[in-house]
Design a protein around this ligand. Structure first.
Ligand code: AKB
Length: 332
């Protein structure tokens, strides 16, 4: 296609007959280990490399390739992509909404400067790039019930601002340089064997652990705060499905995805059907509450459903049953 060093980039690009060679950044967060497991089942253990700047626990280290990668270090990133012939990049490194507000300079560096490195590496090496966005990319002036794909986006957190920036930059690189950028706006993700790191929706994970361990849960959001949510297995499957979707099926490059919406009170009621001793008290965290009050209550994901067949498996009752089975059996 081109001459000189560019030609070698094209010769290692993903082709339909090959398995992709995947790099996951921020691999030790809430989603990376689960995604690596799913992708390894599909593409083979050695075709999926998890990376982070932290030392992995031994079960993660022994379950497949793990590598040190710092997304703020462009040369380190490039070396990993070149040496491992990476063709897909899943960029999970980010500071979430609540921790971002506590350290804006760090959130800006990781979520914005880090993303610039990722975009340049991906464009330079012809990678297919997945970057998650979030319900947090909307703000108080967005329609909240429901929130469509295309509407006003004026978030009031550095996390939200950085995610709108990622959506726009990814789409710009797609149109300007042909970058195969794909992006899903995740709702709050609920998982049993991995913890979220400083988000506004974290209460919906913590309630299960506290319900099983102590039967007491102190919720940091008001009982009627409605937010879109999803079980992790649905989230990871959606990610694989949008990455595998034929380019022709994608009428957009950034899609809302959703499964359910509930309030803390509704979640607590559902958990109490299984664990009637659970006591819930409310101690409101004003930062998280203000964030939640500016986010979508219901998320319109009809474009994902129509374009590439998105369909969730878990509604609230299945979510609660699955979480309690998992955490209950773990604590015995
Ligand atoms: C957060 O609460 O910050 C995240 C998100 C919804 O993006 N879980």
């Amino acid at each position: 296609v081109t001459s000189g060093s560019d030609a070698s980039f094209h010769s290692v690009s993903f082709s339909e007959t090959d398995h992709p060679k995947v790099l996951i950044t921020g691999g030790l967060g809430q989603l990376g280990v689960g995604l690596a497991k799913l992708l390894r089942k599909r593409f083979g253990k050695n075709n999926v490399i998890l990376s982070d700047i932290r030392k992995p626990p031994s079960n993660v280290f022994h379950s497949g390739p793990f590598i040190y990668s710092d997304i703020l270090d462009y040369k380190n990133l490039r070396e990993i992509v070149v040496n491992n012939r990476i063709t897909w990049l899943v960029h999970y490194s980010a500071l979430l909404s609540a921790v971002g507000e506590a350290n804006v300079p760090l959130a800006r560096a990781v979520n914005i400067t880090g993303l610039h490195n990722i975009l340049d590496i991906a464009a330079e090496h012809g990678l297919r790039l997945f970057v998650p966005s979030t319900i947090g990319a909307f703000g108080p002036t967005s329609p909240r019930n429901p929130t469509p794909d295309l509407c006003v986006q004026r978030p009031r957190t550095i996390y939200g601002v950085s995610k709108v920036h990622a959506e726009l930059m990814g789409e710009y690189y797609h149109h300007r340089y042909g970058l195969d950028f794909r992006c899903l706006r995740y709702p709050g993700i609920i998982s049993a064997d991995s913890q979220p790191g400083g988000g506004t929706t974290d209460y919906a994970v913590q309630i299960f652990h506290d319900a099983v361990k102590t039967s007491n849960f102190e919720c940091n959001l008001k009982p009627d705060t409605r937010l879109p949510m999803m079980y992790i297995d649905d989230c990871l499957r959606a990610t694989l499905e949008v990455m595998e979707a034929p380019a022709e099926s994608l009428s957009m490059r950034t899609y809302n995805i959703n499964a359910m919406s509930f309030t803390p009170e509704e979640l607590a009621n559902e958990v109490q059907k299984q664990l009637p001793d659970l006591q819930v008290t409310y101690e409101i965290d004003s930062v998280r509450q203000a964030i939640a009050d500016s986010w979508p209550m219901n998320f319109d994901d009809s474009n994902a459903r129509n374009d590439w067949g998105w369909k969730h498996d878990y509604d609230l009752p299945e979510l609660v049953q699955t979480m309690l089975n998992f955490i209950g059996s773990d604590s015995r």
